[in-house]
Design a protein around this ligand. Structure first.
Ligand code: HEM
Length: 497
């Protein structure tokens, strides 16, 4: 009897709680998408990519929409004005992301992407100098060397099997480039498809149900990450990161030698450790390794996928490719000799515009998430409570025909300098905005531009006769990021040089 009474009471409690939960947004006169009793609005998981989910529920006439992650109310905002306030003007309230990897997982929980303020501000300040224009000049040499290997790789693959798996090839390339910059490790994946670090990044790209569950917890119920012992990086990846990081730091003389000018990202981390030691403050090595791992994770697939989508689009838009080629012809010899610098590439208008348009159509994160640290007045009708997750619907705005007419069309003209300045601010957010915007933006863009310039000057990119149009590209349903969900191929026809 007692047991039955306890079950009855628990069910009543659950029912009352559910009843209150599902009225949460209606009680505040906020339009909402009706929630599932268990999952809330997370029923799209594994069935639809989040970038497509938010785009489908975008409604310009509703500045915000109430949703639930399980039973937790979250707010999706749809206007550039709210995006500006949350990401920039009132960023002091919205410094943290909602996703989190718990306290036990040092490499995950303390990396720049996931860590909360005030530690986030300290780390970000330390790492930002590694991404200035002057530092990128050092990285640019790696981009050029590896881009030349890409050209070679395409030749080998086209001659041997006439098929190049675009995403594999480009993530081989970005693993080499980002791995060298973040961990100081030289890899051979661009030419061979193989390297120890590449095994790790291939692991990141492989979906297993356990990893899927871990990611779902990190993104939507972070409280459970520690309970289940999940981690942001798989264990084998964490072990490998620790091993190679220590190895490279040792090769550079450890932490006790004088670090003059920071050569790269790894030196910035060593310097950070030295400064903490000098102030008798603790800086566990795992927290440093966490930053290197975040750079690798944040940098390799975003840029690799952008290169994949852009190459596929250009194959299907020869008119734009011809314009890029005509521009590149002016610096052909410099590209072929490997001495083209970033400033020159930045001047190639059509190439830059095509990449920007690619980031409009294929933004890796369909939403930009933040969490309110205090109660926050959204407008005269709504004040959200401290702790409410808020998502800026970047995907929705980048596909809104009012801001970007005929949004399915790949149209680099939108981003020619004379047109770009007419865009409504805060409707284009592929790299986020405000103090927490993508730290690797310039690195990623410069890397991608360099790779595309080398490819297009050497090859005409041609759509395979049986290939479907870019608008029909299957997007990965199981990933939380916007990535191709199918293998994409094009033909590369050597140009007369
Ligand atoms: C090129 C394509 C890339 C895209 C589209 C992209 C996109 C993004 C976005 C949307 C964010 C969140 C911004 C926000 O919340 O406001 C972000 C953050 C971040 N990105 Fe990127 N990213 C790219 C490349 C890179 C590269 C190459 C690196 C490293 C070299 C990198 C490292 C990071 C890190 C560490 C963060 C977290 C920053 C913080 O919280 O302070 N990303 N990125």
């Amino acid at each position: 009897m007692l047991l039955l009474a306890a079950i009855g009471l628990a069910l009543m409690w659950l029912y009352t709680k559910w009843h209150r939960t599902k009225k949460y947004w209606a009680d505040r006169n906020v339009p909402f998408i009706p929630p599932h009793p268990l999952l809330g609005n997370l029923t799209f998981l594994l069935k639809q990519n989040p970038g497509i989910f938010v785009r489908h529920i975008y409604n310009r006439d509703q500045p915000y929409v109430g949703l639930w992650w399980f039973w937790r109310p979250v707010l999706l905002v749809n206007t550039p004005e709210l995006a500006r306030r949350i990401l920039v003007k009132d960023c002091a309230v919205f410094k943290d992301r909602f996703l989190n990897s718990g306290k036990k997982d040092t490499l995950g929980g303390f990396n720049l992407f996931l860590v909360n303020d005030p530690f986030w501000s300290t780390v970000r300040k330390r790492l930002s100098p590694s991404f200035t224009g002057a530092k990128l000049k050092v990285f640019h040499k790696h981009f050029v060397a590896k881009a030349r290997e890409l050209v070679e790789r395409i030749k080998i693959e086209m001659e041997s099997n006439k098929r190049v798996n675009l995403r594999m090839m480009f993530t081989d390339y970005t693993t080499d480039v980002v791995g060298l910059s973040a961990f100081g490790v030289r890899g051979d994946a661009t030419l061979t498809g193989k390297s120890p670090l590449r095994d790790i990044t291939k692991g990141f790209m492989t979906f297993t149900y356990l990893r899927g569950l871990a990611w779902a917890c990190i993104f939507f119920i972070p409280e459970l990450v520690d309970v289940f012992g999940f981690s942001f990086f798989p264990n084998e990846a964490s072990n490998y990161f620790r091993k190679i990081y220590k190895q490279v730091v040792d090769e550079r003389g450890g932490y006790n030698v004088r670090i003059g000018e920071n050569k790269d990202f790894l030196d910035a981390l060593r310097k950070m450790k030295q400064d903490y030691d000098q102030n008798n403050e603790e800086m566990p090595e795992d927290i440093l390794i966490a930053q290197a791992a975040a750079i690798l994770q944040g940098g390799f697939d975003t840029t690799g996928s952008a290169l994949t989508f852009c190459t596929y689009e250009l194959a299907h838009s020869p008119q734009y490719q011809d314009k890029i080629y005509d521009e590149l012809l002016q610096i052909k010899d410099r590209i072929l000799n490997g001495d083209v610098d970033a400033e020159v590439l930045h001047e190639i208008k059509y190439l830059n515009a095509a990449l920007k348009e690619c980031f409009r159509k294929y933004l890796p994160m369909g939403w930009i998430d933040r969490v309110a640290s205090t109660d926050y007045r959204i407008d005269e009708n709504l004040t959200i409570k401290a702790g409410t997750p808020v998502y800026v619907n970047a995907g929705g705005m980048q596909y809104d025909p009012i801001y970007y007419p005929d949004p399915e069309k790949f149209d680099p003209d939108r981003f020619l300098p004379e047109n770009e300045k007419k865009h409504t601010p805060f409707t284009y957010l592929p790299f986020g905005e405000g103090p927490r915007f993508c730290i690797g933006k310039r690195f990623g863009v410069q890397n991608a531009i360099c790779a595309l310039a080398h490819i297009i000057i050497n090859y005409k990119i041609v759509a395979k006769p049986d290939s479907h149009l870019p608008r029909d590209i299957v997007i990965e349903k199981k990933s939380l990021f916007y990535m191709p969900g199918e293998t994409l191929y094009v033909d590369f026809v050597p140009r007369d040089l």
